[in-house]
Design a binder for this molecule. Structure first.
Ligand code: NIG
Ligand code: FE
Length: 422
């Protein structure tokens, strides 16, 4: 379909530039152009620049979107999320506020396994409905591409059901979903006394079946003390190359286990969380292509301290940001909220945070050649903010800064409301 869209009337465009993750001082370098327009054609960006030049070079567009003096930025890429689940864990909030730890709650029957019980009991259509509702919220807050993990099934049937729900949701919804198999998210209750049997079930039954189904593009493990240790994680991930799966790793979240180093050793696309990353882990990440995906929403919500983001940037790590959206440790779909925490909590500049939430986030999904910045030839996924500069993303905090969202060249959110793309 040959449709063109012109976004005009913007105060400015602010975007990182490039087709791979930015590091060091480059993380904070944006291309900022006052008064520029964007032309989208067949889902791609075909022109960025002055309106006069656009009008000289192109015929009238099929459609026009008035940015109304707002700032145009790339759509957010959220490279770490668990958006499929049933039930709710709001009861854990007051327990944690009263002093119980995340792990104590998990070991007393709450935590991931309580969501597993609810998710196993839910039908595919119930899971799909909840997921689509969350995807609407992601989109309204400017996210156009989202990684989506399984991991609340912890048995073959429910893991496959979750991945099927991710596939169905991705087909129906404008947000692009990138599916990851996270069968190794926790030890289910039926295997609590024999975790090795669960590791074998993942390796010998679940992963081969998921690989056959073609429903996952990557694999992930919660590598953590009391969950999967380094040796188990290595065994769980050993077949990933044979299945053509990329690797993500929940690494050094609650204890400094050496997950970052393992992620680098395995050539993972990303090592995620990293609140407890060691100097050696930072050095390993800095000398690799593995992206350090930081999840300040989890630190905030668990009140557990932020990852050493500034030191990681200075060491030369490629830093990205994600919501970690999940019912236990970060129940939010809002990337603007994550930017607020990344800046005011972890000390990134707004420019660094924007790059980390777009181009570097795309790199964490292996998609920085197609996504994550506003450049000719990249996918036309963009956000028009309510206000004239990107600084308002953080400055005007606690509210939704997003006015319009364009996904693959189509207006899918207009004036803060979902519109059905035609
Ligand atoms: O990324 N760390 C493990 N997994 C999730 C939490 C999932 C949950 O509590 O339901 C995370 O924080
Ligand atoms: Fe997570």
């Amino acid at each position: 379909m040959n449709t063109s869209l012109l976004i005009r009337g913007a105060s400015r465009i602010a975007t990182p530039v490039g087709s791979c993750a930015r590091r060091g001082v480059d993380l904070g370098k944006l291309w900022v152009e006052e008064g520029a327009v964007v032309r989208c054609q067949d889902g791609l960006i075909v022109f960025l620049g002055s309106e006069a030049e656009h009008d000289r070079r192109f015929p009238s567009p099929d459609k026009t979107l008035d940015a109304g003096g707002g700032c145009v930025i790339p759509g957010f890429v959220d490279p770490h999320a668990h958006p499929v689940w049933a039930g709710s864990r709001e009861d854990e909030l007051n327990r944690r506020l009263a002093g119980e730890s995340y792990m104590e709650i998990a070991r007393s029957g709450g935590g991931i396994n309580s969501t597993v019980r609810a998710t196993r009991a839910a039908s595919a259509s119930e899971l799909l409905e909840g997921t689509l509702r969350r995807l609407d919220t992601f989109l309204l807050y400017g996210t156009t591409t989202l990684e989506a993990k399984s991991g609340y099934g912890l048995d073959l049937d429910t893991e496959i059901r979750m991945l099927e729900v991710i596939a169905a949701a991705g087909e129906r919804h404008p947000v692009d979903l990138v599916p990851t198999c996270l069968a190794a998210h926790e030890i289910p209750p039926e295997h609590r006394d024999n975790p090795e049997a669960w590791v074998r079930e993942i390796v010998e039954l679940i992963h081969p079946e998921v690989a056959r189904s073609g429903l996952a593009e990557a694999v992930d493990v919660f590598c953590e003390e009391g969950v999967f240790d380094l040796d188990q994680t290595r065994r769980i991930l050993a077949d990933a190359p044979r299945y053509g799966w990329k690797i993500h790793l929940h690494a050094d979240e609650l204890t400094p286990l050496g997950g970052a180093e393992l992620a680098v050793e395995l050539g993972a696309l990303s090592a995620d969380h990293l609140m407890c990353v060691t100097e050696a882990g930072m050095a390993a990440l800095a000398s690799s292509k593995t992206v350090a995906v930081l999840l300040p929403g989890t630190s905030f919500f668990l009140r557990s301290g932020y990852a050493p983001a500034r030191r990681m940037i200075e060491a030369g790590c490629a830093v990205a940001l994600a919501t970690d959206c999940n019912p236990g440790s970060s129940p939010t779909e809002s990337m603007p909220q994550i930017l607020a925490l990344a800046t005011l909590g972890m000390g990134l500049t707004v420019e660094e945070a924007l790059t980390a939430a777009t181009l570097n986030a795309a790199a964490a999904l292996g998609r920085s050649g197609e996504l994550g910045s506003l450049e000719e030839g990249k996918r036309a996924d963009l956000v028009v903010l309510n206000e004239p500069t990107h600084h308002h993303l953080v400055y005007h905090y606690g509210v939704n800064p997003v006015r319009h969202v364009v996904k693959a060249g189509r207006v899918v959110v207009q004036d803060g409301r979902r519109v059905q793309a035609r």
